[in-house]
Design a protein around this ligand. Structure first.
Ligand SMILES: Cc1cc2nc3c(=O)[nH]c(=O)nc-3n(C[C@H](O)[C@H](O)[C@H](O)COP(=O)(O)OP(=O)(O)OC[C@H]3O[C@@H](n4cnc5c(N)ncnc54)[C@H](O)[C@@H]3O)c2cc1C
Length: 419
């Protein structure tokens, strides 16, 4: 039988999923055009893939459909100074997502998510290392591990996390308060203990890494068009049409890698895709990156700090409020308060940024063909782990497009689970 070769692919979105998918497709010799309303090389380009905390976190298998937080969630939502917040005007639109989320709030679903996050997370760093051989990563990546600290208030949750990771064979090293302070002597000891993932690495500049991968894609013959895509459809088994504000384009296959905005496109395909967003924020403290050597996350507060080239990036919180609500000053104030609790020497911040994590109610991404339009392939919904999962998503999706066999069980990532 003749080997199948895809003739052309359009990829909607130049976030980390889109550029990694584009790169892997072009490496297979398939002509690719990436579309984005912003040019990834410009300073206006600020999606989630720009502003995240930069953690490559292959260990982060447990997500928020975890039974231990069930009773804490309502309390957190009612407090305006907690790690979780709600835009009340968005509640009516959020109800279908919440109903679906509650269905996934049980031990079985929690362990299912952990198992299938682990399947792809365990391959994520190796997939990046392959790409890093082809780009100049000088001053873009540090390999000093990632530290999580906590107080003794939520030890039940900490025990659960440690157990699930141990059961999956994930390396973790528990630390006493003293050991944490030996590693990060500038921290104010507002915590009781913690853990280090010694093999974890972090980006000193996520946008810099994305730009380098994008340039590699272009150098291999990939094309980029800066346009906003408004419509798409599968015309037949050999043709998909993508329409922008300006023009219509024809490709054999189309990949939707539009992050939290993907639902605007999937809603045209008559499928139930309960994608919503967990909004998150960052600020920078310029020239303060020397205060810590590696990312430090304070689990009780739901925030973290990463030393980056732009300064000390203080990142976090989850706000349920959709894509259109304006940023919340209270969320920024919360982040500042948390940062100064751990590093009282911090003073003036800059660059207040709001970003959109693309999240499905069972905290697994959707990776695979649309149910009714097999030439339209989904690559979105990576929630808190989309930076970590970019390179492996590129490999998985390019394999699906090229109709290659895989040893991975991809069925848990299908949109079938919602239809
Ligand atoms: C505060 C915060 C901290 C985070 N920290 C981490 C972390 O430390 N580690 C980690 O692994 N993950 C982290 N994440 C998650 C991670 O950043 C995201 O999951 C990931 O960046 C999503 O990548 P993406 O390519 O799917 O989407 P995006 O980065 O959002 O990119 C989507 C692109 O599609 C474009 N687009 C959308 N619709 C259209 C359209 N109709 N036409 C044209 N273009 C379109 C957008 O312009 C955008 O450029 C964090 C997220 C946030 C918000």
């Amino acid at each position: 039988m003749e080997k199948y070769t895809c003739k052309s692919v359009g990829v909607i979105g130049a976030g980390i999923q889109g550029v990694c998918v584009g790169l892997q497709l072009i490496k297979k010799g398939i002509p690719v055009t990436i579309f984005d309303r912003q040019d990834p090389l410009s300073t206006e380009f600020k999606p989630a893939s720009y502003g995240n905390a930069g953690h490559f976190s292959p260990y982060a298998v447990l997500q928020f459909n975890r039974t231990d937080v069930l009773y804490d969630v309502p309390k957190m939502l009612l407090s305006s100074y907690g790690p979780l917040a709600l835009k009340w005007n968005y509640v009516p639109r959020l109800i279908p997502w919440i109903v679906n989320y509650l269905k996934n709030f049980n031990k079985k679903s929690m362990l299912h998510t952990a198992k299938y996050m682990h399947q792809i997370l365990s391959l994520s760093n190796d997939a990046y290392e392959e790409i890093f051989k082809e780009i100049d990563t000088t001053n873009l990546i540090d390999k000093k591990g990632i530290i999580y600290v906590w107080t003794n208030k939520n030890l039940k949750s900490r025990k659960l996390e440690i157990k699930v990771r141990n059961d999956l064979g994930i390396e973790q090293k528990l630390l006493t308060k003293k050991e944490i302070l030996d590693l990060e002597p500038n921290l104010n000891p507002a915590f009781d203990a913690g853990v280090i993932y010694e093999k974890a690495m972090h980006a000193r500049d996520p946008h810099g890494i994305l730009k380098a991968i994008f340039k590699l894609f272009l150098s291999k013959g990939g094309k980029f068009i800066q346009e906003n895509i408004t419509n798409l459809k599968q015309v037949n088994d050999n043709q998909t049409n993508i329409k922008s504000d300006k023009k219509e384009y024809i490709f054999e296959k189309t990949v939707i890698a539009s992050g939290a905005f993907s639902k605007n496109l999937t809603d045209q395909l008559e499928e139930n895709i309960p994608l919503d967003t967990e909004r998150g924020y960052h600020v920078h403290f310029k020239d303060m990156n020397h205060l810590i050597s590696r990312p430090v996350i304070f689990l009780d507060r739901g925030f973290g700090m990463t030393p980056m080239n732009q300064g000390l990036r203080v990142v976090g919180t989850v706000e349920l409020g959709g894509l259109k609500n304006p940023p919340s000053k209270k969320r920024i104030d919360y982040l500042l308060r948390c940062a100064k609790e751990l590093l009282p020497q911090l003073q003036t911040h800059e660059d207040e940024w709001l970003g959109f994590r693309p999240t499905l109610p069972d905290f697994l991404p959707i990776l695979g063909p649309s149910l009714k339009n097999k030439n339209i392939i989904y690559a979105f919904g990576h929630h808190h782990l989309g930076w970590t999962l970019g390179a492996i998503t590129g490999k998985i999706i390019s394999g699906i497009v090229a109709e290659e066999k895989t040893n991975l069980d991809l069925s848990p990532y299908s949109s079938k689970r919602f239809n």
